[in-house]
Structure formats: C-alpha cells, structure tokens
Design a protein around this ligand. Structure first.
Ligand SMILES: Cc1cc2nc3c(=O)[nH]c(=O)nc-3n(C[C@H](O)[C@H](O)[C@H](O)COP(=O)(O)O)c2cc1C
Length: 275
C-alpha cells in the first residue's frame, strides 16, 4: 500500500500542509497517477502482449465531447519509420529507441466521410470549436492510455515535437485531410540504467482556487517553488534554474515556438480550424 504522505512529498517536494490524503483516499489509481514521470530511456523489450490493446481500450473509455469520438491513433513499431519521425520531432532519440511510438490524431476526417455517406453537409467541421473538441478528446484519450501503461510498469513520454512539421508527419503517416498529429507518445520498459525522477509540481495553492480565482499569495508561492525546482535540477546534474524565469523565457519570443508560429496557416491547409 502506498504511504499517502510519502507520495505527496515525492510529488511536491514538501510535506502536506495538513492531514491531506488518508490511506482510504490513496487508491491504487491515484497512487499510480502521483508517481508519473516522463521516461526517455527504454530497454529493447517488446511490450507485454495485450498492453497496447488494453491501453487503447482505456483511451476509448475516456469521456468524449457529444460522443463524437473525433480522434485516432497510429501505432508505430517500424524502426525506419520511428527514425524518420524522431528526426521530424527534432532528433529526439527516445522516439527511435522506444519499442512503441503512438501518434495521437485530432481526427475530423472520419466525421467528414460519415457525413458524405449520409449526404449531409459538414459546415461545423470548419470551425475552431470543432477542432478544439477533437484536440480535447484526443488528449483525454492519450492521458488515459498513459495512465494505463504506467499502471503496467511501462514508461512513456509525450512528444509535442511532432508539431514542428505537421505536414511532413501527415505525409509519413498518410493522414487524410481534416486530421493532424497532435503529439506522439513513446512507450516502453524503462531502462533501469537511466531511472527517471518524479519532477516536483507547483504547490496546490498555486493551481487550486476555491470559489474565485485568487493571486494574493502567488509571488511567495512561486518563489518557494523556484527554489525546490532548482534543487531538483541540481539533483539531476543539470544547472540550477528558477522555474518561473525559465518558463517566462520560453514565452518571451516567437523563436521559442520552433516554427509552430505558422501553425494556424498550416491548420488551414490541412482543412482544420478554418473559421
Ligand atoms: C503535450 C506534451 C508534449 C511534450 N513534448 C515533449 C517532447 O517533445 N519531448 C520530451 O522529451 N518531452 C516532452 N514532453 C514531456 C514534458 O517535458 C514533461 O511532461 C514535463 O517536463 C514534466 O515532467 P514529467 O512528465 O516527468 O513530470 C511533453 C509533454 C506533453 C504533455
């Protein structure tokens, strides 16, 4: 059984302020979620039989806006294809190394095909709202799959780098118009030679508001978190850095978007979010 105080302290790098989680609340599901860490080094072992299908069933069990089910996923094990996708994602070695690479698709193309079969229009597919619906649904599904893989002791890391070159990724995967790869997910057995640590998150007081949004204590909270995040960096043999400064630098200029500032134009070309 997971010790709630220990799980909490691992996640936040500070003990709970009060009696936060009783053992009855620390279910195996919550315990698995609290120990998430991105894994970027894998053994060459294939996934246990049925793991992919179980994770996709978990993904499909997520709620889906209006039951539209407007997402798809492409499972890739072919080494050469993984290598090409790794290059498109900014030469991320773990994409090639992971035995399984899943690409999560915001997919309005199936609805498009269905509407044509039923001799109906597709006006709503052009709107940003419908694109947003498919990205939300795909993301909820992917996270359910991630939790399922992690419950099996497998490691994962999301790969947003795929959005650096959406049209090349679409060509590689033969995606139809009105669909786009949102992100990838590396899946595999974590390499014990390169263990991944649990990265501390913002204190709950920074993200959880009661009744109304409140920034009264935000500055102190962020400053205390900067210290903890910097200590974590040093533990990982990385240069110390204040999280709030590093994240601010990431949004300071368009250059940090790695070409994704063109995404709106690309989405239009791919038949998405045109209105
Ligand atoms: C949508 C999304 C895209 C991401 N893209 C990448 C990526 O391209 N490469 C990578 O190494 N990590 C990627 N990550 C992982 C984040 O860097 C990681 O989740 C974050 O630093 C927190 O660390 P943790 O997952 O270990 O708690 C991505 C995460 C998300 C949610």
């Amino acid at each position: 059984m997971t010790d709630p105080a220990k799980a909490w302290t691992q996640r936040y790098r500070e003990p709970p302020a009060g009696p936060v989680i009783s053992p009855a609340i620390m279910t195996p599901t919550i315990a698995t979620l609290l120990t998430h860490r991105s894994v970027r080094a894998y053994t060459p072992d294939a996934l246990p039989e049925g793991a992919l299908e179980a994770a996709i069933a978990a993904a499909q069990s997520a709620a889906t806006s209006s039951n539209l089910q407007s997402w798809s996923v492409v499972a890739i094990t072919d080494k050469a294809r993984k290598a090409r996708l790794a290059a498109l994602a900014g030469n991320q070695h773990h994409v090639e190394q992971a035995p399984l690479f899943l690409v999560w698709i915001a997919d309005l193309s199936r609805l498009d095909r269905m509407a044509h079969t039923h001799h109906l229009g597709t006006d709503a597919l052009d709107y940003t709202e419908t694109f947003l619906v498919s990205t939300i649904d795909a993301t909820l599904a992917a996270q359910n799959a991630t939790a399922a893989f992690e419950s099996l002791g497998l490691g994962t890391v999301y790969i947003g780098g795929l959005r650096n070159h959406p049209e090349q990724v679409a060509a590689e995967l033969k995606l139809p118009p009105r669909s786009i790869a949102l992100f990838g997910l590396c899946v595999g057995k974590p390499d014990p030679a390169h263990p991944a640590a649990i990265k501390p998150r913002l204190p709950q007081s920074a993200v959880l508001h009661h009744e109304r949004y409140d920034t009264t204590h935000e500055a102190e909270t962020l400053s205390a978190y900067d210290d903890r995040a910097s200590a974590f960096q040093q533990e990982q043999n990385l240069p110390p850095r204040a999280w709030s400064r590093a994240m601010s630098e990431r949004i300071a200029t368009v250059a940090a978007l790695h070409g994704r500032d063109k995404l709106r134009t690309i989405l239009h070309r791919m038949g998405l979010a045109r209105l």
